[in-house]
Design a protein around this ligand. Sequence first.
Ligand code: ZN
Length: 201
Amino acid sequence: MNVEQAYKDANALLEGHFLLASGNHSNRYLQSAKVLEYPKKASLLTDALADMIRDAGIEVDTVCAPALGGVLAGYELARSLDVRSIFVEKKEGGMELRRGFEVSPGEKIIICEDIITTGGSALKAAKAIEALGGEVVAFASLANRGFCKRVGGNDTSKPECALPTDVLLFALDDFSFEMYTPETCPMCKEGSTAVKPGSKG
Ligand code: ZN
């Protein structure tokens, strides 16, 4: 599975001058919602992810995604693993389970995101699940931005990674892009203005 090509084919790997949520600038941006536009193509991605998880011998009862960004990836991964799919939603400072979703004590749960950047949302989802007695057996995402170490990746975990080092992260590929502060951004120096891609536009 060539994940970078799948993103390019879906016009989900944007090139330009982007303002990231962190305030930094980059010349590339992953718009994962685009790579999930076609359910049959999305299921090819999550089938590959499910194979990695099975090959590692991880037992999973349920996939839990942090809303909104992780919901489609989580739902498709649950289909690929043939397990239950739930999601948690933002509340003040964290995440919580709503809508009548329940977690049983000891239930083996994998937290699934579309993209893991530093893993902040995934960690909040994991804490919500653990508070209900669930066991977080792994993290998973389609793309890993290179701050956290994934199974099969070469890089080590960077200080920015929020995920616990004793729980495995499965991702299809690493996407480590150049990032600049606004002061050092070469595209700003050339006079262009960074645009915010993300969920707002
Ligand atoms: Zn810039």
